[in-house]
Structures are given as structure tokens and as C-alpha cells.
Design a protein around this ligand. Structure first.
Ligand SMILES: COc1ccc(C(=O)NC2CCC2)cc1-c1cc(C(C)=O)n2cccnc12
Length: 121
């Protein structure tokens, strides 16, 4: 079938979808899969001004909201830092966020990204 212009697989879209899948693998408990719910995290929406989660990032990819790789990486860092800020050190969420941030940024270094093609330049 003929792809409409809106469905054309843009290189950046393909790259971000691939990176997102790799980042999600680092969240086996799916603590970051969906928006944090105030019912499970008392006061969350008053403490965290800009919530972020993997499902929101996926939607932003599909809506072509990311104009660059750096915007995508900023949302990933925001998501992890929200959890580091809200959850006390020593909690399962604080530890999971530190681990995810560290592992995720290692996947997003130029050395790791260069093989994915010069679409980043
Ligand atoms: C989408 O968010 C979630 C989804 C599921 C779970 C979950 O399964 N928690 C079980 C582990 C002990 C209960 C936790 C969370 C969760 C993430 C977070 C984050 C990311 O801060 N959080 C903070 C306080 C309480 N719950 C959570």
C-alpha cells in the first residue's frame, strides 16, 4: 500500500523507537511504563511539576514531538530525576531510577549511537 506522508517512517522516528525499546528493557518491574498515580504516590503531582514516563515518550515519538535526539534524552533524564527527587533514597523506586538513568545514559553515548547511522549529525 502507499504510505501517506504522515506514516512515512522518518529516520529519527525509527531511531527513537529503537532507543526507547532498549531503555524499557532496563525497567523490568515497569515502574516507569506508565504515569505515576497520586493514589500510590501521595502528593506526587504537587512535588513533580513535569511528570514523564515511557508511555508518554512513546506517544511523543508517534506524534513527531521530538525534533532531536537531545529532546528525547532530556525526557528520559526528566523521568529518572523525577523518581530520584520524589522517592526517598533506599526505596525500591529511588534505586531503580538511579540504575535506569546510569544504564540508559550508557546506551545514549555518541560511541554507542554512531553505528546507528549519520542521521544524528
Ligand atoms: C507506574 O508506576 C508504578 C507502577 C507499578 C508499581 C508497582 O508495581 N509497585 C509495586 C512494587 C511494590 C508495589 C509502582 C509504580 C511506581 C512508580 C513510581 C515512581 C517512578 O516514582 N512510584 C512511586 C511511588 C509509588 N509507586 C510508584
Amino acid at each position: 500500500c502507499v504510505l501517506k506522508a504522515s506514516q512515512k517512517h522518518r529516520p529519527l522516528t525509527r531511531l527513537l523507537e529503537q532507543l526507547l525499546r532498549n531503555l524499557e528493557k532496563r525497567d523490568p518491574n515497569q515502574f516507569f511504563a506508565l504515569p505515576v498515580n497520586d493514589n500510590f504516590a501521595p502528593g506526587y503531582s504537587t512535588i513533580i511539576k513535569r511528570p514523564m514516563d515511557f508511555s508518554t515518550m512513546k506517544q511523543k515519538i508517534d506524534d513527531n514531538e521530538y525534533k532531536s535526539l537531545n529532546c528525547f534524552i532530556s525526557d528520559f533524564k526528566l523521568m529518572c530525576n523525577n523518581a530520584i527527587k520524589y522517592n526517598k533514597p533506599g526505596t525500591v523506586y529511588h534505586k531503580a531510577a538511579r540504575r535506569l538513568l546510569h544504564a540508559g545514559l550508557k546506551q545514549l553515548t555518541p560511541q554507542k549511537l554512531r553505528p546507528l547511522g549519520n542521521m544524528l549529525t
